[in-house]
Write a new protein. Sequence first.
Length: 87
Amino acid sequence: MVPLYHEVMSLKIRFRPDGPLVLDLPEGTTFELNGETQTLTRAHLALCRCGHSERKPLCDGSHRKIGFQAAGGELIVREASTEQLGG
Ligand code: FES
C-alpha cells in the first residue's frame, strides 16, 4: 500500500542560556545511547555543550560549576514535505 501522505516531522533544540542543548520530550520517552536503551525521567533530554560533563553526551550539571557562558536560543528543523499521491 502506498501512503497518500507523509507526515512532516519537525525537531526543536533549545539552547538553554549558560547551559545544555535541550530536547523537550514526554517523560518516559525511551532513547538509545550507544546501543543502551534508556528512559527519560524528566520531560526533556539535556545534551552537554560545555564539554565538562562526566556523562557526555548528556548534561550532568557541570556547566554550573565551571561558570559556562553561552547565549540561549533554539534550532528548529522541519523535514521537507514529501507528499505522495496515487499509486
Ligand atoms: S552543558 Fe551541562 S554539563 Fe555541559
